[in-house]
Design a protein around this ligand. Structure first.
Ligand code: DAT
Ligand code: MG
Length: 156
């Protein structure tokens, strides 16, 4: 059997599984500062997500600018970068069936005033800008954002 056919057979199902069942999150500086790391991680694991990678870190200005580059033209970009570099965060890759959509449902609307009861942002976000947690908005971005923060050796 040609080696490329053999490799496709072995690896294709695994790649598909990873792409559709993982998301990336950050517990943001306001939630860390306010002592909510433990409670938020508890909500995440109680909701059925398992942790594939995790680190306690602090974004540099260059990292925050790059991570939120899609918002570079928005009026709140400067404030967002300043906030995201203002203190440590917890970054993590999470796994669960339908991870991206289920995690967005768990964290709730961007603005905590609009977030549903029982969501992380309703419970712990300070405001639309300081909103406690990040959750990827697509499978593609989940993969990009996960790689931004973790090397393959850090994912287990
Ligand atoms: P989300 O984090 O729900 O995906 P987003 O991608 O639209 O929301 O925006 C990224 C972050 O930027 C968001 O978590 C907080 C900040 N942000 C968004 N809209 C804002 C606004 N109108 N004023 C201040 N900060 C805002
Ligand atoms: Mg977003």
């Amino acid at each position: 059997m040609p080696s490329d056919v053999y490799q496709f057979h072995i690896f294709a199902p695994k790649i598909r599984y990873m792409a559709t069942n993982r998301t990336f999150t950050m517990i943001k500086p306001d939630a860390v500062e306010n002592g909510h790391i433990g409670n938020i991680l508890n909500m995440i694991t109680e909701a059925g997500f398992s942790i594939k990678a995790m680190k306690y870190t602090r974004l540099t200005e260059a990292q925050a600018k790059a991570f939120y580059e899609v918002h570079a033209e928005r009026p709140f970009y400067g404030e967002l970068v300043e906030y995201m570099t203002s203190g440590p965060i917890v970054a993590a890759i999470l796994e669960k069936e339908n991870a991206v959509a289920d995690f967005r449902a768990l964290i709730g609307a961007t603005d905590p005033a609009e977030a549903a009861e029982g969501t992380v942002r309703k419970a712990y976000a300070e405001s639309k800008g300081r909103n406690a947690v990040h959750g990827s908005d697509s499978d593609d971005n989940a993969a990009i954002e996960g790689k931004f923060h973790f090397s393959a050796e850090e994912v287990h």
